[in-house]
Design a protein around this ligand. Structure first.
Ligand code: 2AM
Length: 175
């Protein structure tokens, strides 16, 4: 019987940006606003795959390796709160074409490989706080970081000892 893992494709944040984001977040939100996502878990999801068999994982990795597109940069200049899933997020006011193209390619490869894809439009975001179900006073602006995107990664999501961890499994360069 083949094992399966919970997987998603995402953009990682460089360590320096992770640290900048968590320092800013500590001053921008109150403890009761929500549960901060660990620095190492900050990412921008491109395509959520769900539970994937090892055979399907191998096929999705082969398809990801065939993606050929240039890198791009992303202005992290937007903030929002979705009370229903309880998420406070950092995103971009205008998603660059390269980001939309990459997410669309990975999502359509996933759908064709039998991974359910939400019919909701892709809304690129980095989750900052979870369990944010009550109203949150959002800061008026972000510090205006720019994320240089030179590669994308496949992550495994696991839950051990009461903690969610995202392990990067493989990455592919954009060139
Ligand atoms: P979230 O941060 O908005 O919760 C790993 O769980 C990543 O996949 C998270 O970025 C999460 O988005 C996203 N994710 C989890 N379940 C998902 C689903 N059913 N559809 C789309 N994205 C999902």
């Amino acid at each position: 019987m083949s094992s399966s893992r919970r997987l998603f494709f995402a953009l990682p944040l460089p360590d320096s940006l992770q640290q900048q984001v968590i320092r800013w977040r500590a001053g921008a939100f109150a403890p009761q606003d929500g549960r901060p996502v660990a620095a190492a878990n900050l990412h921008l999801t491109l395509a959520f795959l769900g539970e994937v068999s090892s055979q399907k994982e191998a096929a999705l990795k082969r398809l990801a390796g065939r993606i050929s597109q240039p890198g791009f940069s992303l202005q992290l200049d937007d903030l929002g709160h979705w009370p229903r899933p309880g998420v406070v997020w950092l995103g971009c006011k205008r998603a660059p074409r390269g980001l939309l193209q990459l997410a669309e390619m990975l999502r359509s490869q996933a759908a064709r490989s039998g991974c359910y894809q939400s019919p909701l439009p892709f809304h690129p975001h980095i989750t900052l706080l979870r369990a944010a179900v009550r109203p949150v006073a959002l800061p008026p602006a972000t510090p205006g970081w720019s994320l240089p995107v030179t590669h994308f990664s496949l992550y495994q999501s696991s839950f051990d000892n009461g903690r969610t961890r995202y392990h990067p499994l493989e990455q592919w360069a954009l060139s």
